[in-house]
Design a binder for this molecule. Structure first.
Ligand code: NAP
Length: 313
């Protein structure tokens, strides 16, 4: 008979973005000996950006990967350890917190879920090719770099409205491209966009291709009007995808309570519906989605977990 080997842990932190690593710093300092499962994208979304100018404490900005590397080393300094893998599934039934990767299993006394969210993309190869070189998924991070330039935002929800209004403060020319004629965004946000003379609204249109080259990055997009079938090219310097995010909560489906979109629900601070399991960062929060807010939640999750473990003991 083969008996499954299960490694016991005081604390598992799933995810290594701003929330996971901040939780790791606090938990390691509290002696909870966290093991951080780094996942497919060690360091999280910030490792896909270049300059981060709005993380407090860095007067002259810092490169995203460097910031995450610093957080990792800071957590390691206090004894956090790291597993270069993700968690595929969990079993939180039967009064134990079991986590599984493709080969191994762990049983933890407490778990912090900090798996983040992934920005939705259109799925064009050209969009991936020019990511960070004209294609962006975060106006708060990158709008500043488009001062005096021509930009478009794709989407028809609140994020698209918010992003296009924000970018209009910097860009010389800005268009909002939406695939339908109706917007799903809230009335007040739509009104704000409509009344901004700098914003051109392009309805019933999809981006067929992002056009660019290695020297210049993005220089245009090819649009298709879905009603007339006509295609056209629009010259621009940058395009922002604001078509929503998908929370990376799949391994926890059916185990912790989530909303209809898969964001993990928390109660009384950062505790999930399962005692001993906490959640922080973009897998919970679809509203703010900032590195600093995720870091703040990671801190809260660690403090909540520490309190919960102490009460149990
Ligand atoms: P969302 O509401 O899901 O909207 C996504 C938009 O992208 C929709 O207009 C959708 O078009 C479009 N879209 C999706 N896939 C597409 C594709 N493949 N090609 C082209 N267009 C595509 O997402 P969100 O705007 O990020 O908002 C998420 C949640 O956060 C919402 O509950 C929102 O209210 C909230 N939020 C609130 C605020 C605020 O209150 N300040 C700010 C931001 C977000 P269709 O409409 O045709 O489906």
């Amino acid at each position: 008979m083969v008996t499954e080997k299960i490694t016991r842990l005081r604390q598992a932190i799933v995810g290594s973005g701003a929330a996971g690593l901040t939780a790791a710093i606090y938990s390691a300092r509290a002696g909870l000996e966290p093991l951080v499962f780094e996942g497919d994208l060690p360091g999280g979304q910030l490792t896909t950006t270049t300059e981060v100018e709005n993380f407090p404490g860095f007067e002259n900005g810092i490169q995203g990967p460097e910031l995450m590397d610093t957080l990792k080393r800071q957590a390691a300094r206090f004894g956090a350890t790291f597993a270069p893998r993700g968690i595929e599934s969990v079993d939180f039934s039967a009064d134990r917190l079991l986590l599984k990767s493709d080969q191994d299993s762990w049983q933890a006394e407490s778990v912090i879920i900090a798996t983040g969210a992934s920005p939705r993309l259109l799925g064009l190869p050209s969009e991936r090719r020019f990511m960070g070189r004209g294609v962006s998924t975060c106006a708060t991070c990158d709008a500043f770099f488009y001062r005096g330039k021509r930009v478009a935002v794709v989407g028809g929800g609140d994020s698209a409205m918010e992003e296009v209004s924000f970018i209009a403060r910097f860009a010389s020319e800005v268009a909002l491209i939406h695939r339908r004629s109706e917007f799903r965004a809230s009335k007040i946000m739509i009104e704000r966009v409509r009344s901004n003379p700098k914003i051109e609204i392009i309805r019933d249109s999809v981006v067929e291709e992002v056009l660019g080259d290695d020297a210049r990055g993005v220089y245009a997009v090819r649009l298709k009007n879905v009603k007339s079938g006509q295609t056209s090219e629009r010259e621009l310097d940058g395009i922002f995808m604001a078509i929503g995010h998908t929370p990376n909560s799949q391994p926890f489906a059916g185990q912790v309570e989530m909303d209809a979109e898969g964001y993990i629900l928390t109660f009384d601070g950062t505790m999930t519906s399962v005692p001993g399991v906490f959640a922080a960062g973009d897998v919970v929060d679809h509203r703010y989605r900032q590195a600093i807010t995720a870091a703040g939640m990671g801190c809260r999750a660690s403090l909540d977990a520490e309190k919960w473990l102490a009460a149990r003991e």
